[in-house]
Design a protein around this ligand. Structure first.
Ligand code: TYD
Length: 206
């Protein structure tokens, strides 16, 4: 495959959405051809799967079904968009990918890394990112930095302990895949963090 593949990962409140948006603006400004996708979703079938997974009414969904649905949404996205774009030599940028499954389902939900690896080996067909930008801030610290949040905040809804486990999961992944992961400390200003991200992946942008 000729193109490059970059993913963004981070916990809730890490500023991932902001930095993904700034990164896209940077690519636009510099005339770099890319496609941007988000997970779960990105194509019609995967967006439908997304609405099943994220539907708060689906309380009875078991953890394995959830993990398999994420993998199914990923398989469809890869087949329809990611592989064709990489084959055309395009830069592919994805907001969340397999590492979210490792951290959320494998680690925080306790399904285990092996289980996630196994089901995703069917889904991704060895299509791994060249680089993964991880915004390295714990949900607790992010939450405190914001001065707490209102009662609708998702951290309040699903419990800070779960998100702390997600963070621990990410830290283990960074240790396991040091070549692929780029950990960025997002506690400076937005502009500083953005500059760090660009600096760290400039090489692969060509
Ligand atoms: P989204 O609203 O896109 O959140 P964010 O802005 O934080 O990316 O919701 C995606 C949610 O799906 C998020 O809570 C993380 C979760 N998720 C998993 O648990 N496993 C996965 O494999 C993926 C891709 C996402």
């Amino acid at each position: 495959m000729k193109g490059k593949f970059i993913t963004f990962e981070g916990c809730e409140g890490s500023g991932k959405s902001t930095h993904v948006a700034l990164f896209k603006e940077y690519l636009d400004r510099n005339g770099i051809d890319y496609i941007f996708l988000r997970e779960p979703g990105g194509v019609s079938i995967s967006e439908k799967i997304r609405s099943i997974i994220l539907d708060v009414e689906n309380k009875e969904m078991c953890d394995r079904a959830e993990a398999l649905l994420y993998a199914a949404a990923r398989a469809q996205l890869i087949t329809e968009k990611i592989i064709p774009a990489l084959n055309e030599g395009k830069l592919v940028v994805v907001d969340r990918y397999i590492d979210s499954s490792f951290a959320y389902q494998g680690y925080a939900r306790g399904l285990g890394i092996d289980f996630i690896e196994k089901i995703n080996s069917y889904a991704i067909d060895s299509c791994m990112p060249d680089k993964t930008v991880f915004l390295d801030i714990s949900p607790k610290v992010a939450f405190e930095r914001k001065g707490g949040a209102d009662k609708d905040d998702r951290l309040e809804l699903s419990g800070i302990e779960f998100h702390e486990r997600v963070y621990e999961g990410y830290k283990k992944l960074v240790e396991k895949y040091p070549e692929r992961f780029i950990s960025i400390d997002p506690t400076g200003t937005k502009a500083e963090t953005h500059a760090k991200i660009i600096e760290s992946i400039k090489d692969i942008l060509g």
